[in-house]
Design a protein around this ligand. Structure first.
Ligand code: PHE
Length: 503
């Protein structure tokens, strides 16, 4: 790989890509229910606090690392300290694992978008998941695999063909172009949903439920932890993604302002999703004659069980509403999937000195094959387990290690601050170092201890121990070990013009 490093065509292109990564399924199905359950309107306080003390500071940190070292995550850490390379590979493996199941949720969305246009949703809502469409095994059979489900498998093929085509085309011609089209399209489509949703009967009841502040929740530590973990996941931090994307920035560019724009754009979309989802839930509660609290759910249940039920009831053009909703999920997820795949594609490229195309074919190709495991009847429970563990003991834990390493072991914060300040509009002050050196590690450390004790006490979702041991703990530990294994290979593709670490 002796060619020039790939580069974004424009500043807006980079911002679109970073925003595209940040806006994902988490914005649409995670944020609304998390906010509702953690104080409603009062949640905005811890949420904003987490955004300003951890989200944006970390985004600035990762943008600066990527832009300064102009390398994939593992090579960036390697350049800071040789011994830290494993941390980058850990994030690479975690990204790889996430890509394998994230693609399957996109396949579900694609399936549902298609059903919305072509099928009238019957009354049997639970049935869409378990019998008629996705044929998921009933909960008591969690842990079994069952057979491959065509309604998931074929859309999954489409998902990967599209993702591979975008990735093959490169950073500027593929990723940048796709985001420039997908993100505005997503905002328009989702905007239509929100407008439709707030004009439905009883929408205000939903919005009231969403925004009603429960101030007493603010003294509850769990609420603050929920705010931090939402911000973390939602901004795609500690996945290695933002380091990778920033490594394609030009040598002179703004960093800090870009991070603020990305952070606020993502939160803005989150708020929009909260309004759209809760207006719709208010409508549904009205139809059923129950309180909004009885119809609230998050995650897969919200998107694939509750929403189809609502679509059924929408008076005009229910198919269009359903299509826009699932197509939005698909677009939001596709731009995130591409970003997460780029983490391992860039890592493999530099480590093994192979071309981008080979790396895409090998990396994303392997992820595609493995993802078939989740296109089975038992796939839902496997990915639910993997998702939970890999987010906690992959993303969040690696984030904690990353921040401790940068702030306290390599003591790089001042150097990075100077680097960012030398080219950005907004100058970083002492607050940035305090947020990263103290506040974030303390909150993250507290979060880790809390989840770890919960997970030791009981099986997540009551799933069978065999599933928890393999797809949960087993895979989380394997991610670190495989990461360490990668450091055994020599760097074959390091660009000669990149200065090596002074250390
Ligand atoms: N920010 C993404 C979201 O909100 C998180 C994510 C990014 C997940 C990339 C997977 C891959 O959904």
């Amino acid at each position: 790989m002796n060619k020039e490093r790939a580069q974004w065509g424009t500043r807006a292109g980079f911002i679109f890509a970073a925003v595209g990564s940040a806006i994902g399924l988490g914005n649409i199905w995670r944020f609304p229910s998390v906010a509702y359950e953690n104080g409603g309107g009062a949640f905005f306080l811890p949420y904003l606090f987490a955004l300003l003390t951890a989200g944006i500071p970390l985004l600035i940190l990762e943008f600066t690392i990527g832009q300064k070292y102009r390398s994939s995550a593992p090579l960036s850490y390697f350049k800071i300290r040789k011994g830290a390379e494993w941390l980058g590979w850990w994030q690479v493996i975690v990204s790889f694992i996430i890509a394998t199941y994230y693609a399957v949720i996109l396949a579900w969305s694609l399936s549902y978008a298609y059903f919305s246009l072509n099928t009238s949703w019957g009354d049997d809502t639970e049935g869409y998941l378990f019998s008629s469409f996705l044929k998921v095994l009933p909960g008591e059979n969690a842990g079994q695999i069952g057979s491959i489900v065509p309604n998931v498998f074929f859309p999954l093929l489409i998902v990967w063909v599209l993702a591979l085509a975008i990735l093959f085309a490169g950073v500027k011609k593929g990723i940048e172009r796709a985001n420039r089209v997908f993100i505005p399209l997503l905002v328009i489509m989702f905007g239509i949903i929100v407008i439709r949703a707030i004009t439905l009967d009883n929408a205000t009841a939903g919005l009231q439920a969403f925004f009603a502040p429960d101030w007493s929740q603010l003294t509850n530590g769990k609420v603050w932890v929920a705010a931090y973990s939402q911000i973390f996941f939602s901004l795609s931090i500690a996945f290695g993604i933002m380091i990778t994307y920033a490594s394609y920035l030009p040598k002179k560019t703004d960093i800090t302002n870009n991070a603020f724009i990305t952070g606020f754009a993502n939160s803005g979309f989150e708020l929009l999703a909260g309004i759209g989802v809760f207006a719709t839930l208010g409508f549904m509660a009205g139809q059923l004659g129950v309180g909004v609290n009885e119809v609230v759910s998050g995650g897969i249940g919200l998107a694939f069980v509750v929403f189809p039920q609502i679509i059924n009831e929408i008076p005009t053009w229910p198919g269009l509403f359903g299509f826009l909703f699932f197509a939005s999920l698909f677009l939001a997820g596709m731009t995130s999937l591409i970003s997460i795949a780029e983490v391992f594609i860039s890592g493999f490229q530099e480590k093994f000195g192979i071309s981008r195309r080979k790396s895409v074919a090998f990396g994303a190709g392997t992820a595609a094959v493995i993802s078939i495991l989740y296109a089975t009847q038992g796939g839902l429970y496997i990915f639910d387990t993997v998702d939970r563990f890999i987010n906690q003991y992959g993303v969040a834990l690696a984030g904690l290690v990353e921040i401790i390493f940068i702030a306290w072991i390599a003591r790089e914060l001042s150097a990075l601050q100077n680097h960012a300040n030398s080219m950005s509009d907004i100058r970083l002050g002492a607050w940035w170092k305090i947020c990263l050196g103290l506040i974030t590690p303390i909150v993250l450390g507290f979060m880790m201890i809390q989840t770890f004790t919960t997970d030791l006490q009981s099986n997540y979702e009551g799933y069978p121990t065999s599933l928890i041991m393999t797809a949960g703990w087993g895979l989380s530990i394997a991610a670190v070990l495989i990461g360490v294994l990668f450091t055994r290979f020599k760097w074959k593709g390091i660009h000669s013009s990149i200065p090596q670490s002074p250390n």
